[in-house]
Design a protein around this ligand. Sequence first.
Ligand SMILES: [Zn+2]
Length: 173
Amino acid sequence: MAILPIVWYPEPVLKKKASEIERVNKEIRDLIDNMAQTMYNAPGVGLAAPQVGKSLRLIVLDPTGEEAKEFMALVNPEIISGEGEQVGEEGCLSVPGIRADVRRFAKVRVKGYDPIKEKEVEIEAEGLLARIFQHEIDHLDGKIFLDRLGRVKRELLKRRYLKHLKQNKKGGR
Ligand SMILES: [Zn+2]
């Protein structure tokens, strides 16, 4: 297993629609293991393949953020329905240093292929888990959490982030 470098917004891979995975082979299984390790190491509660530079429809998550506690991986995940709403603070490993309140569905139904159970699954999620699914699946469609904000707030935070990024880049990375 390996910790993968996390790409930062505005890398193009974070802005494009990721491709469906046709077969869960060794390469995908290794990617899942590495993404899991990368997420726990960050630490984070979710990670989408585009965040490690792979434009594939794959997410890993664990709402506890504690190694292997409630780990889940989902291939070709899709939100099939959502209801209610919740507003809560989000950050993103690909947008370091920025947090914002984001409005999301309170409950979602998600389907996809579970590579651990080796079958198609449907999951009902609410609260934090529902939020993580929506945040990570947005990454597969080339969206980051700031894209879910109103225009004024979004532009302000993106400007602040890009300025912050420029200053940090001077110091390396
Ligand atoms: Zn994110």
